[in-house]
Design a protein around this ligand. Structure first.
Ligand SMILES: [Zn+2]
Length: 293
């Protein structure tokens, strides 16, 4: 079987041509080609949609058995409609994403939220493939936290925990959600840049006390968020992904020292990098998750 997976973010649209042997077997998913182009989100909805189409057309789509899209925004599970999208994808709210693409290509297309796509990718094909359940944190602009409750792979088995807005500090830093002291104001790439160093590489390699303190607080704060996740959901595995993980060799071991002194739940860096979304979307479709789309 041949599939095309697409991952639509605010900055880039990634697409992959994926060969599948047995849909249920993780080892049989093979990325044959991978492509990335700018989303050009500022040009609005029509321009984004035409870039998604371009990202699919770079491959021989007519020869493909399925097309699956993971996209930023809240995507309705049964319809593939975008219920809500932030300014990162202007005009996307209300778009019938899977229907629009199905009509364009004359074949079935499914759509899924990008964080869900990454969670499914890591949970079934990446570091979580042997875990019974997994909580994935995404350290990026904000702090994503989605929970794969079981390997049933239906709407009920995937939970957006919203732990990024878990109150870490009463009366703390102001958050875009209107509240104060939310976890993502302390545990995210944005927070590390704002309070540590705009250049994360310099921050992770800094010798000065102020920046070292920022890092130590980050390790402690992140551990507290994970402890809360463990208390609420008891995940079998913690997976940490997002842009900050690309620099894991500079900070992961220091973080683990703090983490392991407080928590015994197994933890691992995400392993699929920027390919988790395309793989997760295709895995979900190949396993018949979206029979209503
Ligand atoms: Zn918040």
């Amino acid at each position: 079987m041949l599939a095309i997976g697409v991952d639509v973010g605010g900055t880039s649209i990634k697409s992959a041509l994926i060969e599948i042997g047995d849909a249920k077997v993780a080892e049989s998913y093979k990325i044959i080609k991978f492509h990335s182009l700018p989303t050009q989100a500022r040009d609005g909805r029509d321009s984004i949609v035409s870039n998604i189409i371009k990202a699919i057309e770079v491959f021989d789509w007519e020869a493909c058995d399925m097309i699956a899209v993971a996209s930023a925004g809240t995507i309705e599970w049964n319809s593939g409609d975008v219920i809500y999208a932030t300014d990162s994808l202007p005009g996307f709210t209300g778009l019938k994403l899977s229907k629009t693409l199905s009509e364009r290509f004359g074949k079935r297309v499914v759509a899924i939220n990008d964080a869900v796509g990454a969670l499914v990718g890591e949970g079934f094909l990446g570091v979580g493939k042997n875990a019974e359940s997994a909580m994935m944190f995404t350290l990026g602009t904000g702090l994503g936290a989605s929970f794969l409750k079981s390997k049933n792979l239906d709407a009920a088995s995937i939970i957006d925990t919203k732990l990024g807005h878990y109150k870490l500090y009463e009366g703390g830093r102001e958050c875009a959600c209107g509240d104060k002291g939310c976890a993502e104001r302390y545990v995210s790439a944005t927070a590390l840049k704002k309070y540590g160093n705009d250049n994360l590489y310099q921050l992770f390699n800094a010798n000065d006390v102020t920046q070292k303190n920022v890092l130590n607080n980050f390790y402690k704060d992140f551990t507290r968020v994970i402890l809360r996740a463990v208390e609420l959901y008891s995940p079998g595995l913690i997976i940490v992904g997002g842009g900050v993980i690309e620099m894991s060799k500079y900070w992961w071991q220091s973080f683990l020292k703090e983490y392991k002194s407080k928590c015994t739940t197994p933890i691992s860096c995400a392993s699929l990098g920027n390919k988790a979304g395309v793989l997760g979307a295709v895995y979900a479709m190949a396993n018949g998750v979206f029979e209503n789309q």
